[in-house]
Design a protein around this ligand. Structure first.
Ligand code: SF4
Length: 185
């Protein structure tokens, strides 16, 4: 149950997270005080300025994802090299939040920068969406990763695997249509 299920007669701005990012809450208040109106919201009532893109869209490890370079364990060579955490369960491709740009604790760091995948905490029902350390069944942009891996010649096996899964899940090929409810189906 969400707040909007209970409060029906007032506008609601959702600022989800575990916990929500303080800078995001402050930003929404500052917008209202400055302009006298609520910021533009997405279909889940979240401010688009902070939730308009996925963690994956803004992640500094994204070049490794596109090259098919993935850490396989939290202490392997890939992890030490800062490679993508997708195969360790990162939910960044299906999670919209500002962690990758705003970060935490005054811009000190954020989960992926500390070496742990995104848990997807700003998406509905994330606690019940499946294992934190199980890789998503559908990559965010399988066609792109397939092409990138073919060019660099790295992670080819992973790319082929993703491409096959992408065909199988053609209806879910864009991250805009994938929600946490779809995870690990
Ligand atoms: S899967 Fe996670 S670690 Fe990899 S690029 Fe996307 S958000 Fe970053």
């Amino acid at each position: 149950m969400s707040v909007s299920d209970i409060v029906k007669d007032k506008p609601i701005v959702n600022i989800p997270g575990c916990p929500p990012i303080p800078v995001v809450m402050t930003g929404v208040l500052a917008h209202y005080l400055t302009f006298g109106s609520l910021p533009e919201l997405d279909d889940k009532g979240r401010p688009k300025a902070f939730f308009g893109e996925t963690i994956h869209d803004r992640c500094y490890r994204r070049p490794f994802y596109d090259q098919g370079k993935f850490a396989k364990t939290f202490d392997d060579e890939g992890a030490r090299m800062g490679w993508c955490l997708f195969e360790l369960g990162c939910k960044g491709p299906v999670t919209r939040n500002a962690c990758a740009t705003v970060k935490w604790n005054g811009g000190t760091s954020w989960p992926v920068e500390s070496g742990h995948g995104c848990l997807g905490c700003s998406e509905p029902d994330f606690w019940d969406a499946g294992g934190f350390y199980k890789a998503l069944s559908v990559p965010a942009d399988p066609l792109k990763i397939g092409a990138a891996a073919a060019v660099v010649g790295a992670g080819a096996g992973v790319a082929v695997s993703f491409a096959n899964r992408a065909k199988k899940n053609a209806a879910k090929q864009t991250h805009e249509t994938i929600t946490v409810e779809d995870l690990e189906k």
